[in-house]
Design a protein around this ligand. Structure first.
Ligand code: KG4
Ligand code: ZN
Length: 357
């Protein structure tokens, strides 16, 4: 079974082609391409939907050609076409879904609408060392730029959301603090790079809502905002001055920058690890999984693995290329759904607010 998937939920255009059998064996990823639009949005300080959809239209046909030629197949040989149907930016989702639907109609093949969150959630099972893709029950942490949630996974399609962020996602907080520090976008990798060798205990920062199943990262972000003028020895006399000072990007010198990044990163990791382990204990899980862009972070992976081993849980993470947005995870979710006999209609609409369950 050969599946071609398109992912255009935000500012990455991605196409992947995957081949898998009918059993639980691991599939072969024949081709996977991601065209990043970071440079196009960077100067606006965030993703501009209009620019994102224009670029999807520009990049997608080239990626289709490139993946087909890397996979050495003709698109007529594809058995099913899939696309992310939500959540995401409406005008971006529409491009990928229209392309996949058009191909499905044109070649007379099935179309699968895939939830982006389900793509992340299943990605740790892709490329498993034992090449067994059966979705075992687990407690799953999805941690990205748009989402931070804990999910109890009973089986494929059997999901129960345990907790989610009530304000910023962890990746969003990383991106915003990186911006305050005058670092590049996306902020997560920039903070991770600077945090290496820094002292994670140098600055005391809050770990919010530790007793709850939900997450909150906006207080932590604000704490950094108000800490920055003090770190460089600038004290505000008036509210106006405070507002001005807390809005300025701060170019910190070493070792201050490393210590601040390490302290901030550790505050996020502490919250993610503590809540994930608590959920795994509460629901008596054997297995903990983590996915999403922030799970590229080596320190998070290391500390989660360590906490899982200490508490007797098996731990699985997606490989780094499958953590940030990509179409391979969408093709993989489509393969598992097809194997389970669940499909969708080409009339299925995109939904920018699509929930996992
Ligand atoms: O999964 P993703 O590509 O997109 C969403 O679905 O949101 O995640 C993007 C997020 C960004 O906030 C980015 O800063 C963060 O993942 N990220 C990282 C790292 N690489 C990407 N955060 C921490 N450490 C990293 N190495
Ligand atoms: Zn994502």
């Amino acid at each position: 079974m050969t599946i071609l998937a398109v992912e255009t939920s935000c500012d990455e255009t991605a196409v992947a082609i995957l081949r898998g059998g009918d059993d639980h064996s691991g599939p072969d990823l024949l081709a996977s391409e991601v065209a990043s639009q970071i440079a196009a949005h960077e100067k606006y300080g965030g993703v501009v939907p209009e620019i994102a959809s224009r670029n999807h239209l520009l990049y997608a046909p080239r990626l289709l050609d490139r993946t087909a030629s890397t996979a050495k197949i003709d698109l007529s040989e594809v058995d099913a076409f899939a696309a992310t149907s939500g959540p995401g930016l409406a005008s971006s989702l529409m491009i990928g879904a229209s392309i996949a639907k058009g191909l499905a109609i044109g070649f007379g093949k099935p179309y699968l609408a895939i939830n982006h969150l389900e793509g992340h959630l299943l990605s740790p099972f892709f490329g498993d060392a034992d090449r067994d893709t059966e979705i075992r029950p687990n407690v799953s942490l999805i941690v990205s730029g748009g989402h931070t949630m804990l999910v109890r996974v009973h089986a494929l399609c059997g999901y129960q959301v345990i907790g989610r962020t009530v304000d910023d996602a962890a990746g969003e907080a990383l991106d915003k603090v990186a911006k305050m520090l005058g670092l590049g976008y996306p902020g997560g990798p920039e903070i991770e790079k600077r945090a290496r060798g820094g002292d994670p205990n140098r600055f005391e920062l809050p770990r919010s809502m530790l007793g709850s199943e939900n997450f909150s990262f906006s207080g932590l972000k604000t704490a950094v905002r108000y800490l920055l003028p003090k770190v460089v020895g600038r004290f505000c006399e008036t509210p106006d001055e405070e507002r001005r000072l807390t809005q300025t990007p701060y170019k910190l010198d070493e070792p201050l920058l490393a210590d601040l990044c390490a302290s901030f990163q550790q505050a996020i990791i502490d919250v993610l690890v503590t809540k994930t382990i608590a959920a795994a204990q509460r629901y008596d899980a054997d297995l903990v999984t983590v996915s999403g862009g922030v799970s590229c972070n080596q320190e998070l992976r290391r500390q989660l693995l360590e906490a899982c081993s200490r508490n007797g849980f098996e731990f699985k993470n997606a490989e780094p290329s499958l953590c940030t947005d990509n179409a391979a995870m969408i093709a993989f979710a489509a393969l598992l759904r097809l194997r389970a006999g669940s499909g969708s209609q080409v009339t299925e609409e995109i939904d920018p607010n699509l929930a996992l369950v």
